[in-house]
Ligand binder design. Structure first.
Ligand code: RIB
Ligand code: CA
Length: 324
């Protein structure tokens, strides 16, 4: 099997947790490491959350690296559950797993250069503010040659923004970084709110995670319940999106999603900073720079996540001993 060689750049984050566990559960993916950025919560808490997640999946071999503690230019804004900080030990067990010494930006550059040398380009799943990736591109321009694609959760086009009326959080948190990454020339696959909000997870799914997924499944269900993402006024039905997991799901089951190559851009300053646009109807002379996902198979995506979390965690017991 040709495996994707993947770096997850993340600000865990509950939906980030689902993405990381799905990647660890998927044989199609070789997870090279996790680079962490401040976003949903501050950098220290984000790093601790990432360490807890590799530990609960019994994969302390997957290295975690600390990256940017703040955005490139704008003032810092955190996610709506920033007060949570690190996942409590009651939700995800404590661990002695710690981040590596190398910086996240240097890790990304090193892996991209290795990829260029060995001919196996890497994929970056970008599921937080794009600060680390922008810094890697700015400080090490040769990174571009080693990156096959950046699969990012971000932006809102036909969907209204959720962090402000005009912006999605990952782009809102660091619009300058998004602008650098989107204009880097690296092939982009983008999962905006338009598509991530098409798949809603609710109690049936949570029960599936905890009934079949062992300790990782229980932890994911606890996190999803603790940090409710439902919004009946917005979605018109129960349940909430698990935005970030779609980037990983596309790598393992691309047929669940459909998109369109188009030009995208972002407003980096002024009163609508963070606003993103997509030229679906070719009204500008901008060249198409992204495959923007527009539709998702909700049932298939939900089934994939429940089944893969079951594969990952069925034999990982709360006592921490593998049952096998
Ligand atoms: O807008 C949703 C994105 O912002 C997700 O990546 C979520 O984890 C937060 O980072
Ligand atoms: Ca995220």
């Amino acid at each position: 099997m040709n495996r994707w060689r993947v770096i997850i750049d993340t600000d865990p984050g509950v939906d980030d947790a689902a993405a990381i566990l799905l990647a660890l559960a998927s044989p199609e993916i070789e997870l090279l490491g996790i680079s962490v950025v401040a976003g949903n919560v501050g950098l220290e808490a984000s790093v601790r959350n990432a360490c807890k997640l590799v530990a609960v999946a019994r994969r302390p071999d997957v290295p975690v690296y600390a990256g940017a503690a703040r955005p490139l230019v704008r003032d810092q804004v955190f996610g709506k559950y920033a007060n949570v900080g690190a996942f409590s030990d009651a939700l995800v067990p404590a661990t002695d797993v710690r981040p590596r010494q190398l910086s996240a930006v240097q890790f990304i550059a090193d892996k991209a250069r290795e990829a260029t040398a060995n001919g196996h380009k890497i994929t970056i799943c970008a599921i937080g503010p794009l600060t680390n990736i922008a810094l890697a591109l700015l400080l090490h321009p040769d990174v571009v040659a080693g990156v096959e694609q950046i699969v990012a959760m971000g932006g809102a086009f036909s969907a209204l923004g959720h962090r402000t009326a005009w912006s999605e959080y990952n782009v809102h948190a660091d619009p300058h970084a998004a602008d650098i990454v989107w204009n880097s020339g690296v092939p982009l696959v983008l999962f905006p709110l338009d598509v991530t909000m098409q798949a809603l997870f609710s109690e049936d799914d949570f029960r599936g995670f905890e009934a079949r997924g062992g300790l990782p499944g229980k932890c994911l269900a606890r996190l999803l319940r603790a940090y409710d993402r439902s919004d009946i006024a917005r979605y018109g039905r129960p349940g909430g999106p698990i935005h970030d997991a779609m980037t990983v799901a596309w790598l393992v089951r691309p047929e669940l999603f459909q998109g369109q190559m188009t030009a995208i851009g972002v407003t980096v300053d002024g009163p609508t900073a963070g606003h993103t646009w997509a030229d679906f109807y070719g009204r500008t002379d901008h060249a198409a720079n992204a495959m923007v996902m527009k539709t998702a198979n909700e049932a298939g995506f939900r089934q994939l996540l429940v089944e893969r979390i079951a594969n990952l965690g069925a034999n990982i017991t709360p006592a921490g001993e593998n049952a096998a």
